[in-house]
Design a protein around this ligand. Structure first.
Ligand code: OOB
Length: 539
């Protein structure tokens, strides 16, 4: 059985094939392209995985899972940190035709539950070191809720548990892969979200493979690429823009860092002669600050290209990258839903410093709409509308939400406010979706408001962004309560429900009533204004 998703209309699919974007090959080809090579593919703090091992281990793991009854069309909930196992598991599942949701390592019970509720996984692959899995309480809860969940596989197993490692290193007979068809769902990406429950994005082999090859071409990845992955390994950006999949495709080397801090990354860059990495803007600030304090520019001397994306990069911070690190900057404006824009390596400096680049594909259709959905002229700010060969056509099982964020022609409205210049270069001007971008980590306001409103003393909650020098944005919760509650109590209330730490409001403001717009919605614009005036007063 294949997994349901909204396909591209036949006419567009035919065009994408004709133009050579869709190759009708499974993503598993990426792990097997260099399978005869003993060159290192991925290095993490505990192991070096060669191309040969990556192909073999993912085959062996797939064979073992197949023996245990895992079937094509099954789904898996996976939560692994920045380690080689992530890609052994990813390719093993794809080789079996099993579609994973790769939860971020920062996710907790609430997010994992929301994903499980949507995909009803047969398989759970997770890390025993993760706070949610150090004992069996949550797994038992999951198994009780989801009778489909038949298999658990553990990284870092407790004693007496069959672990991931023992499965993928177990020799097996030849294994015949059964990946899903190339125009069907390969896996699910996570949406940054603006709704109550986190949404899932079905990605097909064809569309994802094209975004990877297109990115490799633009970023000029080759077998000499030495990429540092310091962002969460499951995020779309370090997976495919061009990310580790781009490096594997090219035959280069990826080195995994457990976090993007300068202390961790600078020595990895120096030791492994890293020549490209990808960061979010706050990490860039920290890197520049440490370079100054430690006077250690020499540690980064191998770096040729620094990609920055996930959140808006200010022009002043952008300008410091070539000046102080001495490497080229590339801005990346992408989304897990598909569309990715890059400044090009041979763009003039002004373009690189001030725009978020242009789309990967000549067949990415991107235009700017006004509030009624009519197209706006160049250099005018409005809603980003897009469709194309690697932009999804609908969230998984979400007809109502899809009706709201796609137009009649299948253009997706990302909720970003942008302008496009005469050349087709995009500048991000703001955002319309109800989301906070906390240094690249996305928070759906509604999700947190719902959780807050479960507190017996809370009548109304509204989450809005406030500007922050380092992170760009932080979150502030406005609270109307029945009786006095303290911020610490509300933080505890949220933690108890098991959400990622980055989603905890940075500030709470208690008030008697929330301002409303003429149609009766919470006037978040006014709340944001109040916050910024407050900030100015306190500055
Ligand atoms: C990346 O993906 P997501 O899905 O976590 O977030 C997408 C959203 C965009 O809609 C936009 O609001 C924001 O993140 N964003 C940027 C940006 N890059 C992403 N806003 C301003 N400037 C930028 N350069 O964040 C993502 C996916 C693939 C590659 C890179 C980033």
């Amino acid at each position: 059985m294949s997994i349901s998703f909204t396909p591209w209309p036949a006419e567009l699919a035919a065009r994408y094939r004709e133009k050579g974007y869709w190759l009708d090959k499974p993503l598993t080809e990426i792990s097997d392209r260099h399978r005869d090579s003993d060159r290192p593919a991925i290095i993490d703090p505990v192991q070096t995985l060669s191309y040969r091992q990556l192909a073999l281990y993912s085959d062996q793991l797939a064979a073992q899972l197949q023996k245990r009854g895992v079937m094509p069309g099954d789904t898996a909930l996976v939560q692994l940190g920045n380690g080689c196992e992530f890609y052994i598991v990813f390719f093993a599942l794809l080789k079996l035709g099993v579609a994973p949701v790769n939860a971020l390592f920062s996710h907790q019970r609430s997010e994992l539950n929301a994903y499980a509720a949507q995909i009803k996984p047969q398989l759970l692959i997770a890390d025993r070191q993760h706070p949610v899995f150090t004992d069996n309480r949550f797994v038992d809860e999951l198994s009780a809720h989801y009778p489909e969940l038949q298999h658990q596989l553990w990284h870092n197993p407790l004693e007496n548990e069959s672990g991931l490692l023992s499965l993928y290193t177990q020799k097996t007979e030849e294994f015949a892969p059964t990946p899903s068809a190339a125009d069907k769902v390969a896996f699910f990406q996570l949406s940054g979200g603006s709704t109550g429950t986190p949404k899932l994005i079905p990605r097909t082999h064809n569309d994802y493979y094209y975004s990877i090859i297109g990115s490799v071409d633009i970023c000029r990845f080759t077998e000499n690429t030495r990429y540092l992955c310091a962002l969460p390994i499951a995020h779309n950006y370090p997976m495919s823009s061009p990310g580790i999949l781009g490096v594997l495709y090219s035959g280069g080397l990826s080195v995994l860092a457990p976090d993007p801090s300068p202390t961790t990354c600078f020595s990895l860059i120096a030791n492994h002669l890293i020549n490209v990495t990808a960061l979010v803007p706050p990490a860039v600030s920290l890197w520049l600050q440490s370079m100054q304090e430690w006077n250690c520019a020499h540690q980064l001397s191998s770096l040729r290209l620094l990609q920055v994306g996930g959140a808006k990069l200010s022009e002043s911070l952008a300008a410091r990258i070539p000046a102080e690190i001495g490497c080229q900057l590339q801005q990346v404006f992408g989304m897990a839903e598909g569309l990715v824009n890059y400044t090009r390596l041979d763009d003039d400096l002004q373009t690189i410093l001030t725009t978020q680049g242009c789309p990967i594909s000549p067949d990415d259709e991107v235009w700017v709409a006004d509030e009624e959905g009519h197209p706006l002229p160049v250099n005018t700010t409005g809603r980003l509308m897009t469709r194309g060969p690697y932009t999804f056509r609908g969230y998984y099982n979400s007809p109502e939400h899809n009706a709201a964020c796609f137009d009649q022609q299948g253009f997706y409205c990302s909720g970003d406010l942008i302008s496009i210049d005469e050349r087709g270069y995009i500048t991000v001007q703001g955002r319309e979706k109800d989301q906070i971008n906390r240094g690249g980590e996305k928070i759906a306001a509604e999700e947190i408001e719902n959780l807050l409103q479960r507190h017996p003393d809370i009548i109304h909650a509204a989450l809005v962004s406030m500007s922050d020098e380092l992170l760009g944005e932080k979150s502030c919760a406005y609270i109307v309560a029945k009786q006095a509650v303290k911020a610490v109590q509300l933080r505890r209330h949220l933690r108890d429900q098991g959400i990622a730490e980055f989603k905890l409001p940075d500030r709470f403001v208690f008030t008697d009533a929330l301002p409303l717009t003429p149609v009766g919605k919470v006037d978040k614009k006014l709340l944001r204004q109040q916050l910024s005036e407050d900030n100015k007063k306190n500055a």
